[in-house]
Design a protein around this ligand. Structure first.
Ligand code: UGA
Length: 431
């Protein structure tokens, strides 16, 4: 199929690269000149396992191309995806200005029937908004659909190629058939719905997963008080297929560009429709508080943090990504600095220069080697569960730290083993 994708961000690029890999002709369009130039040379603006190879392979096969030219991106395409950013406004509502702008451009440049599919996470009702904007610019026939994505950063290419479900939200039989054909290589269930329902499925899924995380984090906090072990509780809960074993890892809460934004957005969508989503308010509160617990635990081991040197391993919001948006690590470091702590930090992928430019911290010292970052520190905090931390040399850590204190926000080490080596070790929901 002839496909264009508006928005060469995270969702747009993964979708474009995978659809090209499946044999379609894809053009990705963005207004960022620098980004498009880099993409033409096969350079990916962020780290995502497997994506660079896939894009370079399909550039060579002439299956994917990149353009700034909106007219070219719309011309003779059967399927047009909208995958632009939907950032959050200060009041928690979704900012739809990019979606609206793209819809207008598509309308201006349409010459024949096409399906315009929304992949961005947008409030219920946006499909119709897009339809009305295009209608004002173009009086031929076209269809609108919602086809939410469920990709996780760090495993997005795998997730796209191995979907557990495909949601097609559209009112038109013709577009339903075309979208079904597009996903024909996959054997997972396809759920056909109205546009509004598809838009809601995305929010409901992310909000439910966020609630699962806040739930297990509160269980962890109770476990600490009653002497139970949250890992074992979660494992046993997960054996019940009604509960499932995923997203039950207790820790320092969820972050990233999706859960925090989507939970708040769904809360607002409900409020704008005269409904108070009480549970979601609690989910957010638990998540915010959970981050702060790590600083309290650090104080428990070190006392007053003023001028104490502390090392933090992990700044990205989760492993296998360089994304630090709404990362719990950022809030934790800020809190430690506020309490007078002097921070050394290490992350395998995060762009330190960007953090400096964005003024994320007061005076963090960044390291390119995790062991160097430990020198003269009185404690190590684990904020992200990168594999290289799980496999780190524990005895070396002990030797390099000034005092053998570890506060593990992701439960990556075994408490008994840590105590045996001689660490003062605090984790989440385990004694
Ligand atoms: C999430 C969803 O998982 C995807 O299905 C969805 O497509 C995506 O949002 C989106 O809306 O675009 P992502 O934000 O990449 O994906 O990351 P997750 O793997 O879901 O993790 C989110 C956060 O939850 C991370 O900070 C992670 O550390 C935390 N988490 C996850 C836990 O604290 N415990 C868990 O058991 C699982």
């Amino acid at each position: 199929m002839e496909i264009s994708i508006f928005g060469a961000g995270y969702v747009g690029l993964v979708t474009g690269a995978c659809l090209a890999e499946l044999g379609n002709n894809v053009v990705c369009c963005d207004i960022d000149r620098n980004k498009i130039e880099r993409l033409k040379n096969g350079e990916i603006p962020f780290f995502e396992p497997g994506l660079k190879n896939l894009i370079n392979k399909n550039i060579k096969k002439k299956k994917i191309s990149f353009t700034l030219n909106l007219e070219e991106a719309v011309l003779a395409k059967e399927v047009i995806f909208i995958a632009v950013g939907t950032p959050q406004k200060k009041n928690g509502e979704v900012n739809l200005s990019y979606v609206k702008k793209v819809a207008k451009e598509i309308g201006k440049n349409l010459k024949k029937y096409a399906i315009i599919i929304n992949k961005s996470t947008v409030p219920v009702g946006t499909g119709n908004l897009v339809r009305n904007i295009i209608k004002k610019e173009y009086n031929g026939s076209f269809d609108i659909a919602s086809n939410p994505e469920f990709l996780r950063e760090g495993s997005a290419v795998f997730d796209f190629m191995n979907p557990e479900r495909i949601i097609i939200g559209t009112d038109s039989t013709e577009s339903k058939k075309i979208i079904k054909d597009l996903y024909e290589p996959f054997s997972c269930p396809v759920v056909n719905t109205k546009i509004e329902t598809a838009e809601m499925i995305k929010y409901a899924s992310n909000a439910f997963l966020a609630a699962k995380i806040s739930f297990i984090n509160e269980i962890a906090n109770v476990c600490e008080r009653v002497g139970a072990n949250v890992d074992e509780v979660a494992y046993a809960m997960g054996l019940d297929s009604r509960i499932g074993n995923k997203f039950l890892d207790a820790g320092i809460g969820y972050g990233g560009s999706c859960f925090p934004k989507d939970v708040r957005a769904l809360h607002n969508i409900a409020l704008n429709n005269n409904y108070k989503f009480k549970l979601l308010k609690a989910v957010v509160r638990v998540n915010n508080d959970q981050r702060l617990l790590l600083a309290e635990k650090t104080e428990r081991l070190l006392g007053d943090l003023k001028n104490k040197k502390i090392c933090v391993w992990g700044i990205s919001f989760k492993p296998n990504t360089d994304d630090t948006r709404e990362s719990a690590a950022i809030d934790i470091i800020n809190l430690l600095e506020k309490k007078g702590g002097k921070i050394n930090a290490y992350d395998p992928k995060v762009d330190y220069e960007k953090l400096r430019r964005d003024n994320k911290f007061k005076a963090v010292n960044f390291y390119s080697n995790k062991y160097d970052a430990l020198k003269n520190c009185q404690a190590l905090i684990i904020a992200t569960e990168w594999d290289e931390f799980k496999n780190a040399d524990l005895r070396k850590i002990k030797k390099l730290l000034q005092k053998p204190n570890i506060i593990d926000g992701r439960n990556i080490y075994n408490p008994d083993k840590m105590k045996k080596i001689g660490f003062n070790y605090l984790s989440v929901g385990r004694l």
